[in-house]
Design a protein around this ligand. Structure first.
Ligand SMILES: Cc1cc2nc3c(=O)[nH]c(=O)nc-3n(C[C@H](O)[C@H](O)[C@H](O)COP(=O)(O)OP(=O)(O)OC[C@H]3O[C@@H](n4cnc5c(N)ncnc54)[C@H](O)[C@@H]3O)c2cc1C
Length: 431
């Protein structure tokens, strides 16, 4: 193998949260990494993303730099009494006056709502990716295995690169997944969950004026029939993040685009049966906004995440709907497990075989939890939208089930997953 590191060089395809976090974690461990990103620069959308306690623990394991970047931009609920609240769930469907929604229940954890503005978080993270590590404008088309054991990455612009291992962090439409499984495999195309979401950011001053401090400054889940609206503060409390989810009995209108431009008038129409508070929130949105199709990989989960020295991490392997607010957090857990496996001296000692064994151990350890998230997220969305079988609009039952699912997610012990993966690595190396 070539490269300054005994492991050779690791190619990461995709520079989203998974790719960047993994790159930092591997660089911190002295590994040789190249990131290939199709866009011309790093970029995230202007929207919020929340992280649960398991994700925050994983950040620290990946690299203290990642957790420090997170702490720099994280925003918590603004109310003193709401510091440990993940969300307050309210009936968003039946109030006739703004602020008079029926309170249903609250679920909390040790850190409460821990949300960041995506673009700000990524800006902080990429400061730790040295110049020359990332190659922009590189859309991966396919991978070829060379006779000398190297892997050749072929890009759309006609260029190529070689590596000893390839980690696909290329998101829900992953080319790496397609290469591993075949374009015709049922797990390759993502599935429309028949839900879409409008996203918007509202200046907090305006939100406070219209909704009052509690509703504007603390995380709220406004439940309703066949839709729900969630809000939480970002930007150190200067902005209220809004995501409005709607069930769609039809098909998503585009085969190629997961996001389409939309208008506030469409949101108002979709949520016309909701209550006064939700109407007021929608009223504050910009006239033009984007609508996101909610796709996942839940109908035909990948049977494994690895093929030889090629592996998928994050959404590329287990894209989920966002109803647990945990897809990005799961990417960070993945990165922590992967980084510790690749840093295991047994991997460096055994070269290419070691890399393949590490990816096998990664897949074996991550499969169950990540795929549980995809299914649990679907169910959680249905719970908030009074569509869950046997539950409906029974707030007590919704609370019980949400609490059980959230706690399972938040109690995730990444250190334990790493230990398990290391044991699996030992077994995999013996095969
Ligand atoms: C509405 C919504 C709300 C959400 N809220 C939350 C939340 O609150 N908390 C949470 O934890 N998660 C949330 N998520 C999920 C979270 O956004 C994703 O899990 C996470 O961003 C996935 O990161 P990723 O890096 O794996 O993939 P992506 O973000 O999709 O990044 C993939 C990268 O790969 C690049 N790429 C793609 N194809 C190629 C190619 N062929 N060659 C080279 N580069 C390529 C892309 O340009 C991109 O930069 C939400 C998702 C949605 C849709």
């Amino acid at each position: 193998m070539t490269g300054s590191n005994p492991l050779g060089s690791i190619a990461i395809v995709g520079g989203g949260i998974s790719g960047v976090v993994l790159a930092i974690a591997l660089l911190d461990r002295g590994l040789s990494v190249n990131v290939y990103e199709q866009a011309s620069r790093f970029g995230e959308i202007g929207a919020g993303v929340a992280f649960n306690p398991a994700a925050a623990r994983a950040m620290k394991i990946c690299s203290q730099k990642i957790h420090t970047a997170f702490e720099k931009v994280v925003t918590k609920n603004q109310g003193e009494d709401k510091q440990s609240i993940w969300f307050d769930w309210v009936d968003g469907h039946n109030d006739t006056e703004v602020g008079k929604e029926q309170y249903a229940f609250s679920i909390g954890n040790e850190s409460g709502a821990n949300a960041v503005h995506r673009a700000h978080f990524l800006d902080e993270l990429v400061k730790h990716v040295p110049d020359g590590t990332t190659h922009f404008g590189k859309h991966l088309d396919t991978i070829e295995e060379l006779e000398d054991g190297k892997l050749k990455l072929k890009f759309h612009d006609g260029s190529d690169a070689t590596a000893d291992a390839v980690v696909g962090c290329d998101g829900i439409k992953s080319k790496v997944r397609a290469w591993m499984m075949g374009a015709d495999h049922p797990c390759t195309p993502p599935v429309y969950t028949h839900k879409y979401a409008y996203r918007g950011l509202i200046p907090m001053e305006k939100a406070r004026k219209e909704l009052g401090d509690d509703l504007a400054q603390n995380s709220k889940m406004h439940m309703g029939q066949d839709g729900h609206v969630l809000t939480f503060p970002v930007n150190k409390g200067a902005t209220m993040n809004v995501v409005a989810f709607k069930v769609d009995s039809g098909q998503w209108p585009s085969d190629t685009k997961l996001t389409l431009p939309s208008e506030k008038s469409h949101v108002l129409k979709d949520f016309r049966d909701f209550g006064a508070t939700v109407h007021k929130i929608i009223d504050m949105l910009e006239p033009n906004l984007d609508c996101w199709a909610i796709y996942d990989l839940g109908d035909h989960p990948m049977p494994h995440y690895n093929k030889g020295r090629v592996v998928v991490v994050g959404d590329a392997g287990h894209a989920t709907s966002p109803h647990h607010g945990a897809g990005a957090g799961m990417c960070i857990e993945d990165a922590a497990v992967m980084a510790e496996l690749l840093n295991d001296p047994r991997v460096a000692e055994t070269g290419h075989n070691g890399l393949a064994a590490a990816f096998q151990a990664y897949s074996d350890q991550r499969l169950e939890r990540t795929q549980w998230l995809v299914q649990s997220s679907r169910r959680s969305g249905d719970l908030y939208e009074w569509r869950a079988e046997g539950v409906g609009r029974d707030f007590k039952k919704i609370e019980e089930e949400c609490r059980e699912r959230d706690e399972k997610l938040w109690n995730g012990q990444v250190k334990e997953y790493i230990k398990e993966a290391q044991t699996l690595l030992g077994k995999s190396l013996k095969q």
